[in-house]
Design a protein around this ligand. Structure first.
Ligand code: SAH
Length: 258
C-alpha cells in the first residue's frame, strides 16, 4: 500500500487549477512562493494527500500526490521528451512489470526512463544508453528528483554498436536510427521479449519495420496515438480547439527464436 499521509522529504503537487500546479518537496521551515502568495509547506506534514492549504493571501491550494506524468512534464529538459500518452502505450506494449529488466536508448531527458523505472520497481532494472554525456547527467538529476535513480544503470554508449545485457525482457527505443539496433536487440532479448520503438517520421518506421522483419521479430505493429482533450460544460461540451497534433509512431514486435 502506498502511503496516504504527507511526510517530510515527500514531494507534493500543489494544485491551484489545471494550468497552475507546482511540484514541491516538503521540508522544514520552507515556504513556497507563487503569484497567489506563499504556502508554508511544513504545515502539511502529517496531513493526508488531498488536504487543502491556504496561502498567506488567502488562496486555496490542494496538496496532491504527484503522478508519474507530473514528474515527466516538470522534468528539466534538453531534448524532446516522450509524452505521457505515448509512454503509457509503450509501457503496455513492452509488457514490463515489477522485476523486469529493460534496455532503453536514448536516455535523452529521461522522461521515458522515469516511467520504465517506476514500473520495474522494486527489483527490476533499466539499462539506459545515451551517446551524449551531458544528457545522461541531466537525466540522472530528473531520476533522482523522482526517487527512481537506484533502478537505472546509465550508459554513455552508442547502442547501434551493441548491447551489453542479455536475456532482457524488453527493449525500448527512442532514437533517430532504430533500424540499426534491431539485430542487437534480437540477440539481447529473451525469447518472446518485446521491442518497442518510437519515431516521429514515417520514413523511420518503414526502415524499422523492414529491419524487424529481417532480424527475426514477429507480431509487428505500428500505431499512432492521438489524444484530443474535451471542453466539458453543460450545453457547450465539445473537443478543445487546440491539440498536440503529432508526436510520433509506435512500432512494437516480439522476438521469435531462430
Ligand atoms: N525518450 C527520451 C528522449 C529521447 S531523445 C525522453 O523521454 O526524455 C533521443 C536521444 O537519443 C537523444 O538524447 C540522442 O542523443 C540519443 N541517441 C541518438 N542516437 C543514439 C545512439 N545510437 N545510442 C544511444 N543514444 C542515442
Amino acid at each position: 500500500m502506498s502511503q496516504s499521509v504527507i511526510g517530510e522529504g515527500d514531494d507534493i503537487l500543489l494544485y491551484l487549477n489545471r494550468s497552475r500546479t507546482y511540484l514541491v518537496r516538503v521540508e522544514k521551515s520552507k515556504s513556497f512562493h507563487t503569484h497567489k502568495g506563499f504556502v508554508q509547506v511544513e504545515q502539511l506534514v502529517g496531513k493526508p494527500y488531498g488536504a487543502r492549504v491556504v496561502s498567506n493571501t488567502g488562496t486555496e491550494f490542494v496538496a496532491l500526490k504527484p503522478l508519474l506524468s507530473d514528474f515527466i512534464f516538470k522534468s528539466q529538459r534538453k531534448t524532446q521528451i516522450t509524452y505521457p500518452k505515448d509512454v503509457a502505450l509503450m509501457v503496455m506494449f513492452c509488457g514490463i512489470g515489477s522485476g523486469s529488466r529493460v534496455v532503453e536508448a536514448g536516455t535523452g531527458t529521461g522522461a521515458l526512463t522515469t516511467a520504465l523505472a517506476h514500473y520495474v520497481k522494486p527489483n527490476g532494472r533499466v539499462y539506459s544508453y545515451e551517446i551524449r554525456e551531458e544528457f545522461t547527467d541531466l537525466a540522472m538529476k530528473n531520476l533522482q528528483r523522482a526517487k527512481l535513480l537506484d533502478l537505472v544503470e546509465f550508459k554513455v554508449k552508442d547502442i547501434t554498436q551493441g548491447i551489453d545485457e542479455s536475456e532482457v525482457d524488453a527493449i525500448v527505443l527512442d532514437l533517430a536510427t532504430p533500424w540499426l539496433v534491431t539485430q542487437h536487440a534480437h540477440s539481447a532479448l529473451k525469447g518472446g521479449g518485446a521491442l518497442v520503438s518510437f519515431s516521429p517520421t514515417i520514413d523511420q518506421i518503414v526502415k524499422t519495420v523492414e529491419a524487424l522483419q529481417q532480424s527475426g521479430f514477429v507480431d509487428i505493429e505500428t500505431v499512432e496515438c492521438m489524444m484530443r482533450g474535451m471542453q466539458v460544460e453543460r450545453g457547450k461540451t465539445r473537443p478543445e480547439t487546440l491539440m498536440t497534433g503529432h508526436t510520433g509512431y509506435i512500432t512494437h514486435a516480439r522476438k521469435a527464436l531462430t
